[in-house]
Design a binder for this molecule. Structure first.
Ligand code: 5RP
Length: 230
């Protein structure tokens, strides 16, 4: 089974957790897109849902499928959020942000009673850090912020410089107007400590470590969907 087939498999499986009347957060990326497509089928068949989105990209997809996306500020606490990830590690610690939507994703995840992460088998890893860790940075005085990020990384034995994400010749700008820096950590042995120290830096808007947020992981594979708990 290809990675894309696995992504569809888990997107469809996640849609089975959605019940009539729920308020649901829609994630971002190629895996979450399968979930959005599965939900669109349910809504076409008559299911009533209140939906919010984690990115402009997902809003555009959802609306193209006939779904209505509400403003998160008008919706209150969500019943469920379903989103992809770049890595799913022990205890369902995640790296997210490969699609540069990490800030709005984390805001939506934190406003949901329950969060399901969906991923193909290759993303299920014994240790986080092979996928570069995205860090969202306020553009003003970014050079100073990046120097302070590097100092924090060294404290965690990560001797890699953050690399600014580009889109062609220009810096990648997030939906919230910020820069993204990617850090090829290699291995993150203390994700909680690193998450705390990065978040404490002025200029760091947020980072792609999602810890203690996922309630369930649905992992695709040849033998069907594996359900993981923290
Ligand atoms: O965090 C994300 C976007 O910010 C995505 O969920 C993550 O990058 C996974 O994407 P894909 O399903 O396309 O592999």
């Amino acid at each position: 089974m290809t990675a894309d087939e696995q992504k569809k498999q888990v997107g469809d499986a996640a849609a089975e957790y959605v019940k009539d009347g729920m308020k649901v957060g829609l994630g971002t990326g190629s895996t979450a897109a399968w979930f959005v497509k599965a939900l669109a089928e349910k809504v076409k068949a008559g299911m009533k849902l209140t939906l919010v989105s984690t990115s402009i990209q997902t809003t555009q997809l959802a609306e193209s499928l006939g779904l209505v996306i509400k403003d998160i500020n008008d919706v209150g606490v969500l019943d469920l959020c379903v989103d992809g990830a770049d890595e799913v590690g022990p205890g369902l610690a995640l790296i997210k942000g490969g699609g540069a939507a990490l800030l709005r994703e984390k805001l939506i995840w934190e406003q949901a009673k329950s969060c399901i992460v969906i991923a193909d088998a290759a993303k299920n890893v014994p240790l986080l850090g092979k996928f570069p860790l995205p860090i969202e940075v306020e553009p003003f005085a970014w050079k100073g912020t990046v120097n302070r990020i590097s100092d924090v990384l060294v404290d965690f034995d990560i001797n890699m410089m953050p690399k600014v994400r580009m889109k062609g010749e220009s810096h990648w700008i997030t939906d919230g107007g910020n820069l993204i820096f990617d850090v090829a950590c290699g291995a993150i042995h203390e994700p909680a400590g690193l998450a705390h120290e990065l978040k404490s830096l002025t200029g760091v808007v947020d980072h792609g470590l999602f810890l203690d947020l996922a309630d369930i992981a649905l992992i695709g594979g040849e033998d069907g969907v594996t359900v993981l708990h923290p």
